[in-house]
Design a protein around this ligand. Structure first.
Ligand code: GYE
Length: 339
């Protein structure tokens, strides 16, 4: 167990005198005073830099991690929400290093820009677990990564579309597609775009009219869809790189007096499969959703316990995922969804 150095520790040591607590967490309070938190030495201290709360998926992910890394389970979790800003994540990681946490869990908003701060964590001897999205760094700089196979998800969406169009007798027809992309440079954006494009390239009659960044949020998804609807008269398919952008797209389509879903003019494909996406499929607004499982907490807990026991863990760990469309019994599946 590490002990913080510096002024704060001086104060903390005076505070706890000869007590058994040896791990001390400290942060600036709103008054500018330093708050000292005494952490039981048996707990594993984890600093988690979360991206933000941009989507239903993200909120489910946060809940899952918080529910797993509890004191009852042997953890002391320091949670930092970066409000969708990489600079806040870098600050959070640096503060975790200063606090001498046992492990850092980082969900990197985009893949680039992490070399320096992850090198600092390595130099401090703190293992880093990348969670959800990848960082484009030397693989020596992180212990392992847990997340989704976004490229496979994108490919599955493309294959589903090909099959759907064929069954509808539209496999020779010109198909005009637009994409509402996730945050540019994020693993989920890169993977889903690339995976879908691999299928698109095999279909000469499919045309990608335009791809626009909707930042994984409902508001931006709606705004971007409004722009695309004003620009292109004929749109056959909208690929939404997450559910919340799909909800925004559906609103924009409705407001423009257009229709979507299995009985409408525009096919909507989405990713995540949060509960509200089941409602949208049941309502006939979205055609198919490619699942991305946010319940990382239990797997993360397992990884941390293995590392703590000195075991090696798989460098790359994928979540299990499937897809759902309106031909399925969505009402009963929805009942079993945890998010
Ligand atoms: O699909 C989206 C979220 O990185 C897989 O981020 C994650 C994505 C998820 O905001 O809803």
């Amino acid at each position: 167990m590490r002990i913080k150095r510096g002024i704060a520790v001086g104060a903390a040591l005076l505070l706890c005198g000869g007590c058994a607590v040896t791990n001390i967490q400290e942060k600036e309070s709103h008054t500018g005073m330093q708050e000292i938190t005494e952490v039981d030495e048996s707990l594993i201290v984890v600093g988690f830099s979360q991206i933000g709360s941009e989507s239903d998926w993200r909120n489910a992910h946060t809940r899952s991690v918080k529910e797993a890394l509890t004191e009852e389970n042997g953890f002391y979790l320091i949670f930092e929400d970066a409000q969708q800003k990489q600079e806040n994540q870098i600050k959070a990681v640096r503060s975790f290093i200063l606090q001498e946490v046992d492990y850092i869990v980082l969900a990197p908003i985009v893949e680039t820009g992490w070399d320096a701060v992850l090198q600092e964590a390595k130099d401090a001897g703190i293992p880093v677990i990348l969670d959800d999205r990848l960082a484009d760094v030397d693989e020596e700089l992180y212990t392992c990564w847990l997340g989704t196979n976004a490229e496979r998800e994108g490919g599955d969406a493309g294959l589903w579309l090909a099959d759907y169009l064929e069954k509808a007798g539209r496999d020779e027809e010109k198909i005009r597609i637009v994409t509402l992309q996730g945050t540019t440079g994020a693993t989920a954006q890169i993977g889903r775009t690339n995976g879908f494009h691999k299928v698109l390239e095999q279909h000469d009659n499919w045309e990608m009219l335009e791809m626009m960044d909707g930042d994984f949020t409902q508001a931006k998804g709606q705004e971007v869809m409004e722009t695309l609807l004003a620009k292109y008269e004929d749109i056959d398919v909208v690929v939404c790189e997450n559910d919340n952008m799909a909800f925004g797209a559906v609103d924009a389509i409705r407001e423009a007096g257009r229709t979507c879903g299995p009985d409408g003019d525009i096919i909507i494909l989405s990713f995540d499969a949060v509960k509200a996406a089941f409602d949208a499929m049941i309502a006939g607004d979205i055609n198919a959703v490619f699942e991305c499982n946010p319940l990382h907490g239990p797997k993360l807990e397992k990884i941390l316990n293995s590392l703590e026991a000195g075991e090696t863990v798989d460098k790359i760990q994928y979540m299990e995922e499937t897809y759902f469309d309106t031909t399925m019994d969505l009402e009963s599946i929805r009942e079993t969804r945890a998010y």
